[in-house]
Ligand binder design. Structure first.
Ligand SMILES: [Zn+2]
Length: 284
């Protein structure tokens, strides 16, 4: 009986968490001012869903299409920065949740971009219910350590399993005022709304995400961003960027903030795990 009630509690949690994601929370697609993060890395996402543009002389790389309804907002952001959406040659698919990949087919249709997807995310993509029954595009599969290059820019993949099975982060070198910085596009370290007890689809989820926090601590991220602006303090950093004077530091160069963020998210995961285990073990 105890086991059943624990499983019920866990599946209720699962349902509560996934309904809002599928239903497109209000305001998530509101436009956000597009801006340069550093060098050739630009923010072109919505108010809540990150998308990044890496520009090169040979065309551009877009990271994350988000919802299908986000794509026109992203296109407008790209154009506001003075770039052409049809110059996107590569789409790096976001992690395998609808709010990051639903627009992949539309971006492919509009640009003809090569779509790169994490190999471990493949089962989710294959089963994904695309809007209008479109084919979910996959042109290249990425493993840990693989790289994607275009026009002199190279992004290297880091698998951050847990939030999704094959959650991919990307590192790249960025330059500003003669200095080189370790750029890092994090996947998601959000372990708060995942199901750790009785997760039959992903039984090793808790150990995977624990390893991901350890791995994340070893990454020397300086200029770092993530799949949701809220994870990296987008609003505060963007406000600083707008008031940045000559000689002021780039607010996105935040290595201490990165370490703090990883530690905070690890602690939230640990608290969630403890709570779920105790709920699974306690009688009604
Ligand atoms: Zn997600």
């Amino acid at each position: 009986m105890r086991f059943i009630s624990g499983r019920l509690a866990a599946s209720l949690l699962f349902t509560l968490v996934f309904i809002p994601v599928q239903a497109q929370p209000p305001g998530w697609n509101d436009p956000h001012p597009p801006h340069k993060v550093m060098d050739n890395l630009y923010y072109v996402g919505t108010s809540q869903l990150s998308s990044f543009l890496i520009t090169t002389p040979e065309g551009h790389i877009l990271h994350s299409s988000n919802y299908e309804s986000s794509v026109p907002v992203i296109k407008a952001a790209v154009e506001e920065l003075g770039f052409d959406f049809s110059d996107i040659k590569i789409l790096i698919s976001g992690h395998a949740h609808p709010d990051h990949i639903e627009g992949d087919a539309l971006v492919k249709e509009m640009t003809g971009a090569e779509v790169v997807v994490g190999r471990l995310e493949l089962p989710y993509h294959e089963a994904f219910d695309t809007p209008g029954g479109k084919e979910q595009p996959i042109d290249r599969l990425i493993d840990d350590g693989d790289s994607v290059s275009l026009g002199g820019s190279t992004l290297t993949a880091h698998v951050q399993s847990g939030h999704t099975r094959g959650c991919l982060a990307w590192s790249l070198t960025l330059e500003e005022n003669g200095h080189s910085y370790n750029g890092f596009i994090e996947c998601s370290l959000n372990g708060q709304f995942l199901r750790y007890v009785g997760n039959e689809q992903y039984p090793e989820i808790a150990s995977d995400i624990q390893q991901t926090y350890q791995k994340a601590k070893e990454i020397p991220a300086e200029v770092w961003v993530s799949s949701h602006g809220i994870f990296y303090g987008l609003d505060e950093k963007f406000a600083k960027l707008q008031n940045r004077g000559p000689g002021d530091p780039n607010p996105f160069n935040d290595p201490e903030g990165y370490v703090e963020h990883v530690n905070d998210f690890e602690q939230i995961f640990l608290d969630t795990l403890v709570r779920q285990v105790s709920e699974a073990n306690s009688p009604e």
